[in-house]
Structures are given as C-alpha cells and as structure tokens.
Design a protein around this ligand. Structure first.
Ligand SMILES: [Mg+2]
Length: 237
C-alpha cells in the first residue's frame, strides 16, 4: 500500500514585505500626498510638517480599530478629518487619497519574487492575500494570480480566519493543498496554519521566531521557495 503524499495545488502570497519592500513605498506615498496638500490644501501644510502629518495619521488610525480591515476607508476618513480641521470640504478626500494610492502602488518587486512568480505561474494556482491596499492589477502583476483576496473585500484582516477561508474558497481546494507564504509570523504563518494551510515564513531580516507553533518551512528569500515546494511534492502527508 502506498502512503498518501502531499498534493499541493495552490500557493498564496502575502504582498507587502513578501513580494516587495513596503516601507520605502509608503514613505514615498506619504510624501506624494503631502505634496498634493501643499498645492491644493496649503492651510494644512503651512501648519504641519510632513512628519507631523504622518504622526497624526498614525495616531488617528490606531484609534480606529473598527476600520483596520479597510485601510483605504480609514485613510480617507482621516483625510476628511484633517481637511475639516483646516476649513476644507470633503471634496479634497478623493484626490488627496489618489495621490497617495498611485505612489503606494509604485512598488519594486524583489528580484527573486518576480522570478518565483514566473516559475510558479502555470505550475500552481496562485493567489494573493493582503491586509493592505496594494492592487496587483494596477501594479501589473495581476496576470500571475488566479485570485486576489484583500482584507477590505472580505471585511476582515489577517490574522482573522475569515480572510484565509475566503482564499480556500477561491482556490476551491482543501486547506492542506494550499501553501501560504508570508513575512508576518502571526498574521501569515500562525493564522494560515490554524486553518490547516501549509506555511512558509519568509524571514529576510534574520528575525527570531517567537511563536510556539513553527512554520513548516523558513526561507530567507523567494528564490528558496521552488526547492521547498519540490521537496514537499511526493513527501508523506
Ligand atoms: Mg507582509
């Protein structure tokens, strides 16, 4: 009698800090939004520096956990709040947000990430799962993915199980046929493994693993993903 073997059919990816470095993108996007305000709502920028605007935005967002699954809505709400304080109407919300959003989606994929997507595309069903407002189609990598799950679309952010259930449904597979790949120990690895997905932790910064439950595999960049998947293939369940 042959032993049942792993039958992996789908790979899901976290986006920010898994496929690209997120911090420089957000910083650039904050600068773009501020530059928009300098031109269109100068009473704000005459009173507040860029770093004051960022700090205030962070405090505001932290105080509104009810919208953490939809950071687009939350950022717009904050822009509206800031606008009102300086005597501007809600009409500045959309254009100011879009100045941010376009820059926020000008990401530069890690070299290994692009190569991994090229290799995996066609061999596996691919999905993206993000808490953020990166848009794989706008970025120009939408063609790699069979489905793109966002916290805003689901109404719940990782580590909430609902977002992984949405991915399992979109894949149309059993959880153990899916491998989730991400950088965040809790939001990606622990949350996915609790629903029975296999997990790969992308640890680019040589971080310590601080959770009790271990990832199935740890890699330091996405170039190491293909061999991990090959080793899984044919291994006992
Ligand atoms: Mg991430």
């Amino acid at each position: 009698m042959t032993e049942p073997t792993a039958d992996i059919r789908c790979i899901t990816f976290d986006l920010d800090d898994t496929l690209w470095d997120c911090m420089p993108v957000i910083e650039a996007a904050e600068r773009e939004a501020y530059a928009w305000m300098v031109e269109h709502s100068p009473r704000i920028t005459e009173q507040m520096t860029l770093s004051e605007v960022i700090t205030e935005r962070q405090v505001y967002m932290a105080a509104h956990p009810e919208l953490h699954h939809d950071i687009t809505a939350l950022r717009k709400q904050w822009i509206g709040h800031l606008a009102a304080r300086f005597g501007y109407g809600p009409e500045i919300v959309e254009p100011c947000f879009h100045a941010f959003w376009h820059a926020r989606n000008r990401v530069e994929l890690f070299e290994e990430a692009r190569a991994a997507l090229d290799t995996l595309h066609g061999a596996y069903k691919l999905g993206s799962i993000t808490n953020g407002n990166a848009d794989v189609h706008y970025i120009g990598i939408g063609h790699y993915f069979d489905f793109a799950i966002t916290a805003a679309g689901v109404g719940a952010a990782k580590p909430d199980p609902r977002i992984f259930r949405a991915a399992i449904d979109a894949a149309g597979l059993r959880p153990e046929q899916i491998v989730h790949v991400g950088d965040d120990p809790l939001r990606d690895v622990i949350a996915a493994s609790e629903l029975g997905l296999r997990t790969v932790w992308v640890n680019m910064g040589d971080a310590e693993w601080g959770e009790k439950r271990m990832p199935d595999h740890t890699i330091t960049h996405l170039g190491e993903l293909w061999p991990v998947l090959q080793a899984w293939r044919g291994s006992p369940v």
